[in-house]
Ligand binder design. Sequence first.
Ligand SMILES: [Ca+2]
Ligand SMILES: [Ca+2]
Length: 87
Amino acid sequence: MFSPDSVMVTIVPCCDAYTTGTQICDAITAGNTALGTLDCDGDGQTNATECTNGTDPTDECSNTYTSAQICAYVPANPTSPLAFSRL
Ligand SMILES: [Ca+2]
Ligand SMILES: [Ca+2]
C-alpha cells in the first residue's frame, strides 16, 4: 500500500546556485559530494574532476581533453556544449 511517508526524494544540488567555478570547488571541498558528481558546464568532466585538475567547472571550454579526445567526444555527444563551441 502506498504511504507518503515511504516516498524517497532525491535532492539534486542545483548548479545554478553557484556562479563561479571557485564556489563550486569550495562547496565540494566543504563536503558537497553530490555536487561533485554533477557536470555543471556539460563538458563531460564532473565538477570534482575539474576541481582536481584545476579546470573551470562552469566553462565547457576549460577542460583537460586533448584535441583527439574532443574529436571523439563531440560526434558521440552532439548535444554537448562542446559541440556547440565548434560553431
Ligand atoms: Ca564539467
Ligand atoms: Ca569545464
